[in-house]
Write a protein that binds this ligand. Structure first.
Ligand code: NAD
Length: 258
């Protein structure tokens, strides 16, 4: 039997009620980790946690908005208490924002930065003392290919994910002495609820057409799946990546290699 790669570890995953975060929670749990499923959508968190618990793994729903300092401090404390420790933090919760600079409203800009950037800072700030008490660990910050190349009609999102990559480098340097590795994960397009509005817009009203146009931008000729991103997150979370810190790690079907 192959070894479980996260045996005895505890992971907090934000935005784990849907899409990439949910797939990652399933994979981490299958690899032996106890998982805290944090989401602002309580029903989604409950449903993911109960499906994972049904496999015999330990999973707890935790409800909070990552952009609220108060809510996230309480939620991270609760996750650490429920799991008994925290070794892995995946700052995955994120929201999209479409439009060029001219089309982006100030409200959309602020929301995009509040969740993607401030949420990463607030959740990390609350979780780092727990990772330190556990003797070190791994933090994964969800960025995107949008951090590495410009994407038409996605100004605020590109800027916010670029900030996540820069924050990751700073965190990696600050936290290396206490044994915490910090990496940004930069996925290419994966079809999830987050991508629906963009695909519809790109396809002139047809999601199918939007998906086709998007897939054509990928050398691999298709979009990714949530589980393909979860497997990259597993590498960054586990000791398999013990010498990897401060990177912007791509899982993008060759999109940024062009
Ligand atoms: N899908 C893609 O193509 C793609 C590509 C690159 C990066 N990403 C990034 O991956 C992450 C997950 O995206 P996804 O496609 O799985 O999206 P998704 O919409 O399927 O899931 C995101 C989850 O995060 C939760 N969430 C949103 N805002 C929150 C907040 N303020 N507090 C707590 N939870 C919150 C939502 O309720 C949802 O359950 C995001 O950071 C996204 O920017 C996605």
């Amino acid at each position: 039997m192959s070894r479980m790669r996260l045996e005895g570890h505890a992971a907090l995953i934000t935005g784990a009620g849907s899409g990439i975060g949910r797939a990652t929670a399933e994979l981490f749990a299958a690899e032996g980790a106890g998982v805290a499923i944090l989401d602002r959508d309580g029903q989604a968190a409950e449903s993911a946690a109960s499906d994972i618990s049904a496999t015999g793994a330990e999973a707890h729903p935790v409800v909070a908005d990552v952009s609220s300092a108060e809510e996230i401090a309480r939620a991270v404390g609760r996750a650490a208490r429920l799991l008994g420790r925290l070794d892995i933090l995946y700052n995955n919760a994120g929201v999209g924002s479409s439009g060029s600079v001219v089309d982006t409203t100030e409200e959309d800009w602020d929301r995009c930065f509040a969740v993607n950037v401030k949420g990463t800072y607030l959740t990390s700030r609350a979780a780092i003392p727990h990772l330190e008490s556990a003797g070190g660990g791994s933090i994964i910050n969800q960025a995107s290919v949008a951090a590495l190349v410009g994407i038409q009609g996605f100004a605020a999102y590109c800027a916010a994910k670029g900030a996540v990559v820069s924050l990751t480098r700073a965190m990696a340097i600050d936290l290396a002495p206490v044994g915490i590795r910090v990496n940004a994960l930069c996925p290419g397009t994966v079809y999830t609820p987050l991508m629906e509005p963009l695909m519809r817009e790109r396809g002139g009203g047809s999601i199918e057409r939007g998906l086709e146009i998007t897939a054509a931008k990928y050398p691999i000729g298709r979009l990714g799946t949530p589980m393909e991103i979860a497997r990259a997150a597993l590498f960054l979370a586990s000791d398999d990546s013990s010498f990897v810190t401060g990177t912007a790690f791509t899982a993008d079907g060759g999109m940024t290699a062009q």
